[in-house]
Ligand binder design. Sequence first.
Ligand code: ACO
Length: 277
Amino acid sequence: STDSTQKWGKDVVFTIEDGIAWIKLNRPEKRNAINPGIVFEMNAVLDELEMNDACQVVVISGNGDTFSAGQDLKEYFREPASWHPVERERMMKANAAWQWRRLMYYPKPTIAMVNGWCFGGAFQVLLGCDLAIADVDARFGLSEINWGIIPAGIVTKSVAMALTQRKALYYIMTGENFDGREAENIGLVNFAVPADQLVERTKKLAAVLMEKNPHVLRACKVGYHYVRDMQWDMAAEYLSAKSDQAKFLDPEKGAAKGMSQFIDEKSYRPGLGAYDR
Ligand code: ACO
C-alpha cells in the first residue's frame, strides 16, 4: 500500500508510514492526560483511519516520555462536573466510545505501544488495543485508589478480563506501580523491550499482521470479543455463521487461495506462514 504523511488535530496527531498509522496522544506537558480534546479528536482520527487504505495497522502511543497519565483530573473530571449534565454525559459517552467499543471492534488491527507512564484510564486504551508492546521501563499503575475513586469507565471489567483475580485485585487495591517486565509477565502486554527497540519491535509485529488477510483478521478479533460473553452453543452457532460470512464477504477469497496453494500447488505450509496474497 502507498505511503502518506498526515497530521491531525492538536491533542492527537498521527503519521502514516509503510501501512502503519502512528497515532500519538499529544499533550506531553500534561503527560497525555485524557481531556475532552483527546476524546473528540481520537473519535475523529479513528473515523478517518478506518476509511484510509494507506492505514493497515494502527499503533497508539504518546508523545514525550508518557503513554498516558489516564483521565485528566481537571479537564475530564473537575471542570465537566459544572457543565450541563447532558453535555457531560455526551463527552463521557464519547470517551467510552473510542476507548472501549471503537477500539475493541476496530476494523483494523491495533497495537498499544506503551512508551512511558500508563495510569488509570490509560489501561482502557491499552486493553482496548488488540496487542501491546511496552518499554521495559514503562511504569503502570491503577492509581484510582490513590485519589479515592474506583477504576470506573470500563477499566475494572477490562482488567478483570485480562488479568488473574490475584493480580487484578492486587493492583486495583494497592495502586502499586509496576514496570514493563511485570506487565509482560502478567499478560497485560505481549512483550516488553528496551526503549531503543520499542519502535522496531512494533514495526516487526505490524509487519506480521500486514501479511495476513485483513478481512479475516477483522472477523477474528470481532468474533473473539463476542464469543467471550456467549454460552458455548451460541458461540458455536455464531462462529459458524461468522466464518461463512467472512468467507462470503472476503474480496480476495483467501480461504480458497490458501487451500489451493497448500493442496494443489504445494507452494507453502499454513502451519509455518501465511499464503501468498
Ligand atoms: N490529570 C490532570 N493533569 C495531569 C495528569 C492527570 N491525570 N497527569 C499529569 N498531569 C499534569 C500535572 O498536573 C502537571 O500539570 P502542570 O504542569 O500544569 O502542573 C503536568 O501534567 C506534569 O505532571 P507532573 O506530575 O509534574 O509530572 P511528573 O513527570 O512529575 O509525574 C506522573 C508524572 C507520575 C504521571 C504524575 O503526573 C501523576 O501521578 N499523574 C496522575 C496519574 C494518575 O493517577 N492518573 C489516573 C487518573 S484516574 C483515571 O484515569 C480514571
